[in-house]
Design a protein around this ligand. Sequence first.
Ligand SMILES: [Zn+2]
Length: 269
Amino acid sequence: MESPFLAAQLPPISTLPISTLAVPLAAFGLVFGSFITALSYRLPRGESITAGRSHCPACGHVLSAADLVPVVSWAVHGGACRHCRAKISWRYPAIELTSAALFVGAGVLARDIVHLALLLAMTPVMLALGVIDLEHRRLPNSLVLLLAALAVAWRALSDGRYLEAAVLATLSTTLGLVLDALYRARTGRAGLGGGDVELLAIVGLALPLEVFLMTLGVAGLLGVLVGGATRLRRGEAEFAFAPEILAAFWIGLAAGGDIVNRLAAIRSG
Ligand SMILES: [Zn+2]
C-alpha cells in the first residue's frame, strides 16, 4: 500500500520536468561512475577505498584532477595514461557512461522522489557488483550486505510487507540452491554461485510477488541470451550471471510496477 503521508508530502517525480533533472542526474551519474571504477579496481585487490590517491597502475604516477574528469580525460588523452602512455581500458569510460545513463533513467522512471533517492543509492552498488563479478567472478560481501539493507529500506518505503519479503527471499534462495544442485548433478560443474543466490534473495526482499516473478523471468532470459552468446563466441559454458540478475533487478525496481500493470491491462483487455 502506498503511504498516504509520503504521497501527500512529496510531489511525484513525474510532475518534475525531467529536462531540469537530466543534466544534474547525468553529472552525478558520471561522478559516481568514476567512483565505481576506483571501487571495482581496489575492493577485490584489498586496497583501501578511501586512503591513497588514484594512480596509474602501470607507472604509479599519482593522477591529478585533470586526469580524473569522467570520460573526458580518457577521450582527450586517447585512452592512454598521460605520463607513460599505457593503455587505459575502455571499460572505465563505459562504466561512467552506463552510470550516467542509469541515473537519468532512474529520474525518468522512478515513481516518486523517495523511490528516486533510494534507487540512486542502490544503482552505484549494483553497478559496482556487476563490474566486479564480470572481472573477478565474485561478489564482495560488503557490497552484497549494503544492497540487502537498501532492499529492506525499499520494501519499507514501498509496501512494508515484511512477511512477503521473508517468504520471497527464502523461496528464491531455495530455488537458486535447487537449480545449482540440478546443474551440478547433470554437468559436474558449479551452476549458480553463492553470490548469485544471495542476489536472488535480495530481489525477494525488495520486490512484491508479481514484480519479483517478472524480475526472475527477465534475469533468466538475459542469462540464456548471455550464456548462449558466450558459448557461441568462446565455446565456454561458464559466464557471470550476477550482471544479468542485477540488470533485471534494476528494471524491476525502476519500472516493475508499471510493467506488471500494463501486462495485466493487456491480459484483461
Ligand atoms: Zn602511467
